[in-house]
Each structure stands twice: as structure tokens, then as C-alpha cells.
Write a new protein. Structure first.
Length: 124
């Protein structure tokens, strides 16, 4: 799976975001063991220390749990996963609305355009 990292933002934050996305979309299932720091660092072509920093952030958020003998696993807490998913969705919506505002769209214009787009998509 490709890791599209941008040099204009901290790499570890992008790694956190990618791992969150993999968890909330079910690539890594609740309770499932995730690949090691070294494996994921090699896959993402980053320094293992950078991946370790991202894992630390994911552990602080509760999405990843470390068990001494079993390695790291995705939390089994479905409500936490859903909460993170909703926060990620809200960030996307906020960015979209901000972009529409910068284009000069009003709230009503944005809603109309979105409704029209959804209608077209439904007819496909």
C-alpha cells in the first residue's frame, strides 16, 4: 500500500494520519496485530525512529495498544475508532467548506452544488 508523504508537513503526523485511516477504514481491524515499526518504516520509506514517534502518538490516542509479548494491536474499542473516524470526516468537511468559501460560494450555493453533484452520482 502506497504512502504518499508530503515534505511540507511533519512526516510523523502524516504517518499518524495514514495509520488512523487504515484503522478507521478497516484495513487494520479491531484487535488485530499490526506490522512492526521496522516493517511499516520500510514500507513507508521512513526512518524507524519517525515511525516509532507516530506509533507513540497512536498509543497516546488509544488507537494502538502495546502488549509486551504480542506486539502492537489495534484497540477493540469500536466507539473510539468511530470517534476518530468522525473527527477525520469533520476535518475533511471543514476543509471543503473553507475551500468553497475561498472560491466565493455561499452556504446556499455550496449546498445546491453538492445536492446537484449527489443527484448526478446517484444516476450513474
Amino acid at each position: 500500500m502506497a504512502w504518499n508523504l508530503d515534505d511540507n508537513r511533519p512526516i510523523y503526523l502524516q504517518l499518524v494520519e495514514e495509520m488512523q485511516l487504515r484503522i478507521v477504514t478497516g484495513i487494520y481491524l479491531p484487535g488485530e496485530k499490526i506490522p512492526s515499526v521496522r516493517e511499516l518504516a520500510a514500507e513507508a520509506a521512513v526512518n524507524p525512529n519517525t515511525m516509532q514517534k507516530a506509533f507513540g502518538e497512536l498509543e497516546r490516542s488509544g488507537l494502538i495498544i502495546t502488549q509486551r509479548t504480542s506486539g502492537r494491536m489495534v484497540t477493540k474499542d469500536a466507539s473510539l475508532i468511530n470517534e476518530i473516524k468522525n473527527l477525520m470526516a469533520k476535518d475533511i468537511i471543514d476543509a471543503f467548506l473553507n475551500n468553497m468559501k475561498q472560491l466565493g460560494y455561499t452556504r446556499e450555493n455550496t449546498l445546491n452544488l453538492l445536492a446537484d453533484t449527489l443527484k448526478k452520482e446517484d444516476s450513474l
